[in-house]
Design a protein around this ligand. Structure first.
Ligand code: CDV
Length: 310
């Protein structure tokens, strides 16, 4: 019996600063309804899907930024997504800013099964950017100011007939992210991203180069771990800041099999056969047979590069 998850990669167009949660959730719900009408098993929403990409704004008083965070999930604003999932037997994954009861802030993504229950929670590990105002940049990226690094590692979950994992945006650039999930037999990694089209420190880096970096990372993660990867953007112009789209679904050979054409709300679908992960998992990337862990010590004992002395 084949194990197909038909996935809907639900790209968001821009979410402006003044947009409230209800109208943003209404947009997400429309995408979910479209996914249902196309017989999707699950929908993947983007990173921080409920708000504008607020880490571009500096506030000396961090507490002022709490308006961008959710203190509970589900909550009255997001409940319609959970109700729709439950009533229509469709799973989803949603990114949002999480403020815990004990006052910690995380960049979080949840995995919701077809009964509408949260069965998995991931908190972004690789936080990009900086913690203080850096006026020399053409724009700010203050994730290190507003979030703590995730404290859950890279777990995977058995759901919808497969083994699924999550990561968020900058995590996709790190091979360790995918390998830790690969070592747990992951068959589909779902992730959202808000990626500016320009580099705040390097004005000659083109949007095309940045899209290439994004795809290259996800395609490598997919192939090297024999897994499907679903990468979902928030795209378009937010308050004069452009985020690229390029939402895509990548197969276990690393091929992009479906891709967004716009920078608006757009659903990209593909029927992913989880058994298509088997051949590479049992041959080239049979980890038990081929990995040489006695040589990988530096990966977990050293963060920065240490070149040999001159
Ligand atoms: N939201 C992100 O994590 N964005 C980063 C940017 C700053 C490069 C990314 O890796 O896409």
């Amino acid at each position: 019996m084949s194990r197909i998850i038909k996935v809907g990669a639900a790209q968001s167009g821009p979410v402006q600063k003044a947009e409230d949660r209800d109208s943003t959730v209404a947009r997400l719900l429309e995408l979910m309804k479209q996914a249902r009408s196309e017989n999707c098993d699950m929908v993947v929403f983007t990173e921080l899907a409920l708000t504008t990409f607020f880490p571009r704004y500096y506030s000396e008083d961090r507490a002022e930024m709490d308006v961008w965070f959710e203190t509970a999930m589900p909550n009255p604003a997001t409940q319609p997504l959970f109700d729709y999932a439950h009533d229509n037997a469709i799973g989803f994954s949603l990114g949002y800013g999480e403020l815990t009861p004990d006052g910690r802030h995380f960049n979080t993504q949840v995995l919701v099964d077809k009964t509408g229950e949260i069965i998995g929670k991931y908190r972004k590990v690789h936080l990009p950017g900086h913690a203080e105002l850096e006026p020399e940049r053409s724009f700010q990226h203050l994730e290190k100011r507003y979030f703590l690094p995730g404290d859950k590692g890279f777990p995977v979950w058995r759901t919808m007939g497969g083994v699924l994992g999550m990561c968020i945006c900058n995590d996709r650039r790190w091979p360790e992210t995918f390998r830790v999930m690969g070592l747990q037999g992951v068959e589909m990694v779902v992730l959202g991203y808000n990626t500016p089209s320009g580099n705040s420190l390097k004005s000659d880096e083109t949007a095309d180069t940045r899209k290439h970096h994004s795809r290259l990372s996800m395609q490598a993660g997919a192939y090297q771990n024999a897994t499907w990867v679903v990468g979902v953007a928030k795209a378009g112009d937010e308050d004069g800041h452009h985020l690229f789209g390029d939402t895509c679904i990548i197969d276990p050979n690393g091929y992009v099999v479906a891709r967004a054409e716009t920078e608006e709300d757009e659903l990209v679908t593909y029927a992913c056969d989880l058994d298509a992960t088997k051949f590479l998992k049992e041959s080239t990337f049979n980890f038990a047979a081929h990995r040489r862990i006695e040589h990988y010590g530096r990966i977990t004992t050293q963060a920065g590069a240490e070149p040999p002395e001159e």
